[in-house]
Design a protein around this ligand. Structure first.
Ligand code: ADP
Ligand code: MG
Length: 695
């Protein structure tokens, strides 16, 4: 595995393979479908399928699958082999264009949020030719969209593709007004992925990690992340071996794994790929998460992707670096050389500002999960309040436009655009702010609220749609304007005036900011998932998403229900796991150790030795055992109450108000007991063991 360029993408049916294995007629026709969304005819599909099968079987594949992303948030696949009986009693390997284009998995076990009751029960998968097919293990995986027969999306990819199309359509209208040549505009994403690695033999002894992906108990070890000695620290050999193999596997799949480093918490790491088109970045991120876990197993490690595997140290997130570019490669979020280019840049920048302000709740909703609720606003990740960071220079530019004052920054001169002044400024305006939920970083925005296990599809669906809406409002007005330049200037100015409340360049982790944001600026603070999700049904949100044909109203309702259901199920599973572990593992351990202490106390007393320490400890253990038992009983009662909720929205509220509190109440005496009970009596590995166990 030395020559990376040689094996990079070796498991992908990419452009190179297509060129070499398809006739030029078939290749051209497929290319047209990929680039411009042209319809694919059956003869072309058959030729592509035959070439794909030849290629895949040469590489040892025996099966194919339509690979899709149902609303469970993970990927799904059902494998069919290529075999087809031949008259002589043997088999041939067969794969038709029909099988390539369309599949019919049994959709009934995937969440549909009531869609199936309203619509056709069956679902089908449809090939997404814009994302390359690839081989995983012995299976040819064909990226697909998953829909009901009524055409309702049952997956995350369909609305993502629709949102990209919505943005493309509106962005092209704007570019036309500027006279900028473009066939299409796409959005690109580079997602930075955080994760933890823990030793497999220790993981296997932690039922909480096994059932829920996070620790439900655990006292802080003497050392956490306070020394700041892990971030960018030297990578341990065992972790390095893991990263090396992970990169190889990702590269074979054509995934542009680029950057790797240790993160803030012990045992925490990050991987970032080079950015690519959003739907491909989404497929790649799903694959990356899967391969991270597979490769870990080969190294006797477990990769934790939960947002908060350990209390008291940082959890894991995902940074969604996002920009828009034309087919000619012009980044629309990159300040240009000429005043005209800069005016265009400013308009796209304003479109994002307006989008983030107008649809702050949709962005918040797009990252809302039970796991992520532990991070947002906990001084390790942005707060639940959405705001934007632009940096000093851009801020000064916007202020100058708003106040009609000349822009003076460093030695740069101002330039004229028609009647009004639009300033020229530097390309490289990247100051850094790590606490902002949505930060401009020179030529892209970094949306930092995503949880580590989230599919990046949801965040990008909302972002693309909201920006498409801003662009539509702009295009509607500018297309009618008599004087383009004046109208443009006025609109940029109006956007700044109307939406500057969303811009905040200070410390997003500061409590004073939350007060200012909510009380003075009127920004929304949707603290938890049950607070956030129901707002997807707000009239304005439904209007916007349906008007761009990203979702139908029924799809929005179904997603609202599925997301809340997912939240409720996750927390109830955690609550049940807590109660059972407390009763079946922790209490017996406490009692056993207590019995040992009591025995010791009696023995000492019998021979006339002082037993004050034993008595004190036994008493303390006895009190803790009582609290644990009471806490578990209360939690059980709360679980029962929650299960009687009238509907999913009220169940969410009950969990937020009742269950979570009781879970913390039960955890407290358990963690105290851990610090008192001798190590050999404690039923599972501690935080110290897990966080510092990879050596
Ligand atoms: P940092 O840790 O400073 O945020 P990284 O280098 O780890 O930066 O990650 C930056 C990510 O942004 C990478 O995935 C990179 O490919 C991506 N990126 C760079 N330019 C763009 C762009 N124009 N559009 C989208 N993503 C981009
Ligand atoms: Mg980052």
């Amino acid at each position: 595995m030395n020559n990376v360029p040689e094996y990079f993408g070796s498991m992908v049916f990419d452009d190179r393979v297509m060129k070499s294995r398809l006739s030029s007629k078939v290749y051209q026709s497929l290319k047209k479908t990929i680039d411009e969304g042209a319809r694919l005819d059956q003869a072309v599909a058959n030729a592509v399928a035959a070439a794909m099968k030849e290629w895949a079987t040469e590489k040892g594949a025996t099966h194919y699958t339509h690979w899709f992303q149902p609303l469970t948030g993970i990927t799904a696949e059902k494998h069919d082999s290529f075999i087809s009986p031949s008259p002589d009693g043997g088999v041939i390997m067969d794969f038709s264009g029909k099988e390539l284009i369309k599949g019919e998995p049994d959709a009934s076990s995937f969440p549909s949020g009531g869609l199936r009751a309203t619509f056709e029960a069956r679902g089908y998968t449809a090939w997404d030719p814009t994302s390359y097919a690839f081989i995983k293990g012995k299976t040819l995986c064909i990226p697909t969209a998953f829909c009901s027969y009524g055409g309702e999306a049952l997956d995350k990819k369909t609305p993502l593709l629709r949102s990209m199309e919505a943005l493309n359509k509106q962005a092209l209208r704007i570019l036309k007004l500027f006279g900028t040549e473009a066939k299409y505009v796409h959005t690109s994403v580079g997602p930075e992925q955080e994760y933890f690695l823990v030793p497999k033999e220790l993981y296997d002894k932690r039922p909480d990690l096994i059932y829920t992906g996070r620790t439900l108990f655990g006292a802080m070890p003497p050392k956490g992340q306070e020394m700041d000695d892990h971030y960018f620290g030297v990578i341990k050999p065992r972790v390095e071996a893991y990263m090396t193999e992970l990169n190889e596997e990702l590269w074979k799949l054509g995934i542009l794994a680029k950057t790797q480093h240790n993160e803030v918490a012990p045992a925490q790491h990050e991987l970032a790929p080079i950015y690519t088109t959003t739907n491909i970045a989404t497929d790649h991120n799903q694959l990356t998460m899967e391969i991270m876990q597979k490769v870990a197993a080969r190294h006797s490690l477990v990769c934790l992707l939960h947002e908060k595997p350990f209390a008291g140290v940082n959890g894991s997130g995902k940074h969604n670096n996002w920009s828009m570019a034309t087919d000619a490669g012009v980044n629309l979020l990159s300040p240009g050389e000429t005043p005209y280019e800069n005016a265009q840049f400013l308009l796209f920048l304003c479109a994002v500002i307006k989008a983030v302000d107008d649809y702050q709740d949709l962005l918040r909703i797009s990252v809302a999960t039970a796991g992520n609720d532990h991070r947002l606003g906990a001084n390790e990740a942005p707060p639940a309040v959405v705001s934007m960071f632009l940096g000093d220079e851009l801020n000064a530019v916007l202020e100058a436009i708003e106040n009609d004052t000349p822009y003076e920054y460093a030695e740069k001169t101002q330039m004229k655009l028609g009647v009004d002044v639009l300033p020229k400024f530097n390309r490289d305006t990247t100051d850094r702010n790590r606490t902002s939920p949505f930060a401009f970083t020179g030529n892209k925005f970094e949306f930092r609220m995503l949880g580590s296990s989230n599919s990046i599809a949801c965040a990008n669906i909302m972002l693309n749609s909201a920006v498409a809406e801003s662009l539509k409002v702009y295009a509607d007005r500018l297309e009618k304007a008599e004087d383009f330049e004046t109208a443009l200037h006025d609109m940029i100015r109006k956007t700044i005036k109307d939406h500057k409340r969303i811009i905040f360049n200070g410390n997003g982790y500061d409590d004073a900011w939350i007060k200012e944001a909510t009380e003075e600026r009127g920004l929304s603070n949707l603290r938890t998932t049950p607070d956030a999700i129901p707002h997807i049904l707000d009239e304005e949100n439904v209007r916007m998403l349906t008007s761009h044909k990203v979702f139908s109203e029924a799809e929005i309702r179904s997603r609202c229900e599925i997301t809340l259901e997912n939240y409720c199920k996750s927390v109830v599973i955690e609550a049940n796991a807590m109660s059972q572990i407390a009763k079946k593992e922790i209490l017996p351990a406490v009692l056993e150790y207590e019995a040992f202490i009591v025995d010791t106390a009696n023995n000492k007393k019998a021979i006339g030795i002082d037993n004050l320490y034993e008595k004190k400890t036994a008493k303390r253990l006895s009190e803790l055992a009582q609290s644990i038992s009471d806490g578990a009983d209360e939690l059980d009662r709360a679980i029962d109450t929650v299960s009687g909720a009238a509907d999913i929205i009220s169940e969410g509220y009950m969990i937020r108000d009742e269950l979570l509190e009781r879970m913390s109440a039960l955890r407290e005496p358990c963690d105290k007991a851990e610090l008192l009970v001798a190590k050999k009596y404690w039923p599972f590995p501690t935080y110290g063991d897990l966080l510092f166990g990879v050596r």
